[in-house]
Ligand binder design. Structure first.
Ligand code: HSE
Length: 321
């Protein structure tokens, strides 16, 4: 266990959920952007809050632990730990400093980074009593605060690193998938799409013919990742269920998709619930050409935007003690 008052530093990566066809089940972590956090144990008097959140960015996110995604994830962890532990959480608490470099509402797992970073950090302070799957379970409480629903397609890759498949949430089963070298280009048009809103517009029923296409693509994508078959990955990056509904929220989406494919991207689509859009490429040069297409399109539309050219992060949340 780390002594009281000793700060640790945490780096929590952004994540791309859904991976186009795998709504709520597939996702991967990227090396850039990432959130920076610091955490420590503090002594506290009886009656004082067990979790203190200190925002060191300008987003004014709630600091009440029950309304803050990191706080909600930590409360779930403390509850489970208290049931059978030697630490008395009535005299000890967590202090968490959060510097969000991943803009909230951008669609690249900003809330997941805070929740996952907090529970990985707390686990380290406690001497690592919990498994990665336990940590994913706790962190999903943060996603519930953010979007109203527990989903793990950002949390799982944020904690595990790499590409992950969430085969089941209740009970939780996360499968880490291998992947060949892939370059990731992301554009974040500066509009906000709330995950709760992007979920509320989805149709509740799916036609069998669409479901057949979709599960073919999911299986094809998983097989492509495991075999390192770039063409199969590219062909499988197709979403006939969610994207047709959500893409109307993102200006320029269809034109951008055509332009990025034309310069050689394997494929891509909406990152999480948007508005960010991502494309995967086999070569760095292609990823940079994709970035140019993104800039050209959004400059043309007069819409402020931010781009990243990065790759898949294999480590997940990292601790610097
Ligand atoms: N799978 C979730 C969604 C990710 O698309 O709503 C949200 O970040």
């Amino acid at each position: 266990m780390v002594p009281v008052n000793q700060w640790i530093k945490i780096k929590a990566p952004a994540t791309v959920a859904n991976m186009v066809c795998g709504f709520d089940i597939l996702g991967f972590a990227v090396n850039n952007p990432y959130d920076e956090m610091e955490m420590r144990f503090v002594q506290r008097a009886a009656g004082q809050a067990s979790i203190t959140i200190i925002n060191i960015d300008d987003y004014n996110l709630p600091t009440d632990p029950e309304k803050n995604v990191a706080g909600a994830a930590l409360l779930a962890m403390i509850e489970e730990y208290t049931a059978n532990s030697i630490i008395d959480f009535s005299t000890i608490g967590f202090e968490v400093k959060i510097n969000k470099l991943i803009k909230p509402g951008s669609g690249v797992g900003s809330s997941a980074a805070s929740s996952a970073g907090a529970v990985v950090g707390a686990n380290y302070l406690l001497g690592n009593p919990f498994s990665k799957d336990d940590l994913v379970r706790f962190a999903m409480n943060g996603e519930k605060v953010a979007s109203g629903v527990k989903h793990a397609d950002n949390i799982a890759p944020c904690i595990h690193g790499g590409v992950t498949l969430v085969r089941s949430i209740f009970p939780l089963e996360v499968i880490a998938l291998p992947s060949p070298t892939l370059f990731v280009t992301i554009v974040h048009p500066q509009i906000e799409v709330r995950t709760a809103d992007a979920r509320s517009i989805l149709k509740q029923n799916v036609q069998l013919k669409d479901a057949i296409k979709q599960w073919g693509n999911i299986a094809g994508l998983v097989a492509g990742l495991m075999k390192g078959d770039y063409d199969l990955i590219g062909r499988s990056l197709e979403d006939v269920i969610i994207e047709p509904v959500r893409s109307i929220l993102i200006p320029g989406f269809d034109d951008l998709k055509k332009a990025c494919k034309a310069v050689g991207a394997l494929g891509g689509g909406i990152s999480g619930s948007g508005p960010s859009i991502f494309f995967l490429s086999k070569e760095k040069e292609t990823a940079l050409a994709v970035e140019q297409e993104m800039k050209k399109l959004y400059e043309g539309l007069g819409l402020a935007h931010h781009t990243y050219v990065t790759n898949i992060n294999q480590k997940g949340v990292e601790i610097e003690a």
